[in-house]
Ligand binder design. Structure first.
Ligand SMILES: [Zn+2]
Length: 289
């Protein structure tokens, strides 16, 4: 019986570890420590009701308030361009797309003011293949390490966080942004830093280009180090905030390869489980006989 239990446990462990690899969460927890551009009112989460009710059941419900642009969130095109789409107007199709991760971790670590230009993107394509139309681009600057300190000075690269002209963090330049929206027709661009415009780009050129071409922006993206450069589908799961200029989002990716592997491994895992059960039952009864 011990063998039987062990083998079933082993098989189930294999099955669930496969599931845990399939989806990558690209969002940070949303709460009071979530990073936001300085000057916003504080995040609030308060209990409206919590505790055991007279009927004997548990009930908990809360009220929260937050600015739109906090933590992992999307920017609507209307954020920086008059007349463009607000959050509720973004077509669902624009919130799902093939994930393309462009890494510049070395460059950003060597130079906090690194600005990705068009040549950098063209070199990436020469090495990794063409960026597909309709992609969701994710820029990996290794800024997650900084985000997880929850220290505004470290994240914004400054010693005076209330002085926006003192910010030093990496971004993407207007030539590269124009190339991506006009020639690659990307659906969205995300960054693990706080903005696709570098800290020193104080007039936000890439924000404005995205706004003009109705391209969604994702800021403070998590876990990019776990992402393959391609071979995923990215989902921007944001509430349909009427008139919103931005909104916190649960961003995640499903890996193409893992999906295939998962299907195959699940079949193997199910078959393995069946074989193990049969083997264990036979083994158990042969012991009795
Ligand atoms: Zn924003």
């Amino acid at each position: 019986m011990k063998t039987f239990t062990f083998l079933i446990g082993l098989s189930l462990c294999c099955k669930f570890s496969v599931y845990s690899r399939k989806i990558i969460d690209l969002s940070y927890d949303f709460g009071p420590k979530s990073i936001s551009w300085p000057g916003n009112p504080p995040f609030n989460l308060s209990h409206l009701l919590i505790g055991k009710q007279p009927g004997g059941f548990w009930l908990e419900k809360n009220w929260f308030s937050s600015n739109e642009h906090r933590g992992t969130h999307i920017d609507a095109p209307a954020h920086f361009y008059f007349g463009s789409l607000h959050i509720h107007q973004i077509p669902l199709d624009n919130l799902i797309g093939p994930g393309i991760v462009i890494r510049a971790t070395k460059e950003a670590n060597e130079n906090n003011d690194f600005v990705m230009n068009k040549d950098f993107i063209l070199n990436w394509e020469a090495e990794n293949g063409q960026i597909p139309h309709g992609a969701i681009i994710l820029l990996d600057f290794d800024w997650a390490r900084r985000y997880l300190t929850f220290d505004e000075n470290i994240i914004f690269g400054t010693k005076t966080v209330n002085d926006v002209s003192s910010y030093h963090y990496p971004g993407i330049g207007p030539d590269a942004m124009t190339y991506l929206v006009k020639e690659k027709h990307i659906k969205a661009i995300g960054t693990d830093a706080t903005s696709p415009d570098a800290g020193q780009a104080v007039d936000f050129p890439s924000h404005r280009i995205c706004g003009r071409y109705n391209t969604t922006i994702i800021e403070n993206v998590a876990n990019l180090a776990s992402m393959p450069i391609k071979g995923s589908t990215v989902f921007l799961a944001a509430i349909k905030l009427k008139g919103g200029s931005g909104v916190p989002a649960r961003v995640f990716a499903i890996l193409d390869d893992d999906s295939c592997n998962m299907a195959a491994t699940n079949i193997m895992s199910s078959s393995l489980l069946t074989i193990m059960i049969v083997f264990s039952i036979v083994n158990y009864f042969s012991g009795i006989l």
